[in-house]
Design a protein around this ligand. Sequence first.
Ligand SMILES: [Ca+2]
Ligand SMILES: [Ca+2]
Ligand SMILES: [Ca+2]
Ligand SMILES: [Ca+2]
Length: 469
Amino acid sequence: MQVMGMRFAAALAVLVVAASVQADVTYFVKDDAHVQSSGAGFDINYVAVKRDENSASIYHRKGYVSYDLAGLADVLAARSGRLLDWQLDMYFVSSGLGSTSSSAMWDFQVYGLTDESLDSWDQTTINYANAPANDATDGNTVDGTKTVSVGTFSGAGYMIGELHSTSANAGFNNFIASDTNDIASFIVVRNTDSTGGNSYAHAFESANAAGTNSGAKLRLAETNNRIGTSGEFESSTGNFTTAGWSNNDTVAKAHDGIVAGSRQAARIDSTVSNALTIGGNADSQDFTVDYYFATADGGGSGNRGLAVNYRFNGDGQINLRVNGDGNIQVYNDQALGGSTGWKLLGDLSGIVQFSEDLAGDAGFDDVGDVLNVHRLKLVMHGSGTATPTYDIYLSDANATTFTAVALGLQYYQYGVPTTLGQTGLEELRFDGGLANADYVIDSVFIAIPEPATFAMFGLAAMTLIRRRR
Ligand SMILES: [Ca+2]
Ligand SMILES: [Ca+2]
Ligand SMILES: [Ca+2]
Ligand SMILES: [Ca+2]
């Protein structure tokens, strides 16, 4: 029997993190403004950047943007083992200031503010004289002792309506990793000056502006996730989306995020006889699938909550469920794994704790509900050989590290991927029709094959594993 008070508190803690961090994993602006070498600061609908042709000009403009990183450690822990890259996304708009030929090329640079004593700058009071690490000797210069370059980008002409991002680089990642005060400040400058009669001041939309793109976004990307941002079930503005997925008969409904950094998750509606599906990769053999789930109690030992099929390119699949006893089971009707039927994975039994919709309005995201979130990772080995196997890792409730693993499994349904044409993850399928109770999934990660970082993470976790035979 679960202690409601404790569960309730745990659920609230998760939801509070999800609400404050704001994710895809996307962070929204804390402060943004630009400063101009005439002396002023501008907290308006755009952030302008311009290096004028003369270093002594009063028309230089440098952009400043900051983000609240509170809860970052939890966000990173939830995605441990995945390859992560940070970037800044800027949506360019018209400044109405000057002009440029459409073919003129412009180079920009973004700096991170490493002197954290200066992170408390305010968009309403910032100006050219007090702007953190501003080096006034030119329109693109910053104090190198207080900043580090985190990336560059380029564009042509006005760039209006274009999304520009810094490309993935270690400097950006190291800058975020070195943060100690939960604030990240950036300075955006244009390295190309206004020579040749091209006087334009470029601008990207600020958080002051209304609309879906408002404000530059600090984004945490999983660069080795085959399904990219589709795995997070949210758009760049943080709303529920099933883009990239086939949401058949709208079996997936919006649900509050169930991991740190997530604003939205997908609830699989067990009253809909269909599945939420996505292609994995048709041309590869081994794969890793890692996600978070929260499931209600399906009922009896033969019923199910979480119901997932990992379909190979051939006829076979791995059919996985959480039954009504809270056990992870996989189905076997092939000779490779011995006797047929639902196979209890003893190493993973007694771990899953159910979630409950006590408020009675669908989902586990209301006050009074019970939310227990588990992480599950399946790693395929030896696809295309005579003895393909897979491992399943499982976390305790509301933990991000794996506490148990079932290794070397050979249970398959409909076929075994023993030849190359049968291997690969053709489709990942979260089924509502098979389920007897709702479940929620979030932060789905598919890699082909398993990344080395993830394998190391798995091995490290195994030292902590409680064997459960
Ligand atoms: Ca602003
Ligand atoms: Ca900082
Ligand atoms: Ca999400
Ligand atoms: Ca509810």
